[in-house]
Write a protein that binds this ligand. Structure first.
Ligand code: ZN
Length: 310
């Protein structure tokens, strides 16, 4: 709903840190979130490579099928989607993510530890107006029976449909209006998953070297190896979480509805790239403009207590 649109940009109030192994590389890394000034956006900094900065934006996406990786001038940062989903859904516009390895720690395979970390960090409002990317015309990316589309809406909604041939999965559909509370309660706890039959082929491709029963649900032919599930439809919820993490690469809050049908990281990131490449599909607006009111000069420079936690 429009009344929940934030007027001003945010960052975190305090630093926070977490560490752990990366799902695909198996490399152990230390990650520290730091406050960033207005208009910084979400920026990864490889502190093992002289603070080399990789902005969490569509132009730095390197398409990979099993996780979303960013790459800039040959420097990689893998498996960004769970952390970015938490940052984006919690409404953090500006943040530095300092990391000393090539991959974001997988932790328990969900976004819940990142939401808890952001809770510990707190939110600080900044003096600059927040900008929204408001979608004006629909855009769809289709590959066979898989598709993802973005459509005009007054709020940020996602709808995600999955269909896996497995007795515990099958067809699952999740739809939410994305915000801090809905993300926390409905999606953040949903864990990543894989099929037991795929483990050897994935390992042979050099993937899931850090995978374990502690950080991914493993599905056998007709059951789950490491239950219980956190939700009966945990798989559909996790795919919606992944979708939001990839949409964060738009680099601005979205005012749009996004629908994914049997899609994955490759289609998600193609949608982001094609959307950003065609400015006739969207406009950049503020909360007041989106609500149909012209921003007054006064509201540009409101002297609010910005240091207070939001
Ligand atoms: Zn995921």
């Amino acid at each position: 709903m429009l009344q929940f649109l934030r007027m001003f940009q945010t960052t975190i109030a305090r630093e926070g840190a977490v560490e752990g192994v990366g799902l695909h590389t198996g490399v152990f890394g230390h990650l520290r979130l730091r406050p960033a000034p207005a208009d910084t956006g979400v920026v990864f900094r490889r502190i093992d490579l002289d603070n080399f900065a990789i902005e969490a934006q569509g132009e730095n996406v390197a398409r990979v099928s099993y996780a979303t990786s960013l790459m800039k001038q040959g420097v990689w940062l893998s498996t960004t989607e769970h952390l970015l989903a938490a940052i984006y859904s919690c409404g953090i516009d500006n943040i530095y993510i300092d990391i000393d390895s090539i991959e974001v720690p997988i932790l328990d395979g969900s976004a819940e530890p990142f939401v808890q970390l952001l809770d510990d960090c707190g939110i600080r409002r900044l003096r600059r107006k927040r900008r929204y990317l408001k979608v004006l015309k629909a855009l769809e990316v289709v590959e066979g029976d898989r598709r993802v589309g973005v459509y005009p809406d007054d709020e940020f909604r996602v709808r995600c449909y999955v269909d896996f041939r497995h007795p515990l999965v099958g067809q699952q559909e999740v739809e939410i209006a994305v915000g801090p509370d809905t993300f926390r309660h409905l999606l953040s706890r949903a864990r990543t998953f894989c099929f037991e039959r795929d483990i050897t082929p994935l390992r042979e491709m050099g993937l899931i070297r850090g995978g374990s029963l502690e950080n991914a649900i493993v599905l056998t032919e007709d059951s789950v190896m490491n239950g219980p599930l956190r939700f009966p439809d945990e798989f559909g919820r996790h795919k919606a979480l992944d979708l939001i993490g990839d949409l964060a690469l738009v680099g601005m809050s979205l005012l749009a509805r996004v629908e994914a049908h049997k899609a994955g990281h490759s289609l998600h990131t193609q949608l982001v790239s094609r959307l950003l490449a065609d400015p006739s599909l969207w406009t950049v607006t503020t909360a007041t403009q989106a609500a149909g009111r012209e921003p007054s000069l006064a509201s540009n420079e409101l002297a609010l207590p910005f240091a207070a936690a939001d």
